[in-house]
Design a protein around this ligand. Structure first.
Ligand SMILES: O=C(CO)COP(=O)(O)O
Length: 129
C-alpha cells in the first residue's frame, strides 16, 4: 500500500472545478504542506484560491498525459481527479491512460469528492504517524 505522501496531483473537468476548489479549501491544512501538480486550468483555479501549484498543460492539450508520465515515474503519490461523467472530452484516451497508469502502479486515485474525502482521511492518518 502507498504510505508516503509528498506530492499529489489535482485535476478536475470543467463541471467539477468548483467542487475541486471547495475540496482544496476543506483540506488546505494538509495540501499546503505538499507539492501539488495540476492540469492547467484546474491549477489556475487552485492558484487563485491560494495554493502553490505546478501547472502542467491544460487537460485537452496534454496535461493528463503529462501527469500520467509523472505517476509512471513514481513522482506522484496520489491523484485527485474529479471527473464529469456528463461531459464529453476530446482527450478521453488521455483520461483513460491516466487512470490506467494509476492502477498499474497502485497509486491512489479518487475520481469524485466523496472518495477524495476518504482518501484525504487516510493521508491525514498516515501523516500523523
Ligand atoms: O481536462 C481535464 C482533465 O481531463 C482538466 O484539464 P484542465 O484543468 O486544464 O481544465
Amino acid at each position: 500500500m502507498h504510505t508516503e505522501f509528498k506530492k499529489v496531483a489535482m485535476i478536475a473537468h470543467d463541471g467539477k472545478k468548483a467542487d475541486m476548489v471547495g475540496f482544496f479549501k476543506d483540506h488546505m491544512d494538509v495540501l499546503e504542506n505538499m507539492a501539488i501538480v495540476a492540469t492547467g486550468t484546474t491549477g489556475s483555479h487552485l492558484q487563485k484560491a491560494g495554493l502553490d501549484v505546478d501547472c502542467k498543460l491544460s487537460g485537452p492539450k496534454g496535461g493528463d498525459a503529462q501527469i500520467a508520465a509523472l505517476v509512471a515515474e513514481g513522482d506522484v503519490d496520489a491523484v485527485f481527479f474529479f471527473r464529469d461523467p456528463l461531459g464529453k472530452h476530446p482527450h478521453e484516451p488521455d483520461v483513460q491512460m491516466l487512470m490506467r497508469v494509476c492502477d498499474l502502479y497502485d497509486v491512489p486515485l479518487a475520481t469524485n469528492p466523496s472518495s477524495g474525502g476518504l482518501l484525504m482521511m487516510g493521508i491525514r492518518d498516515i501523516l500523523k504517524k
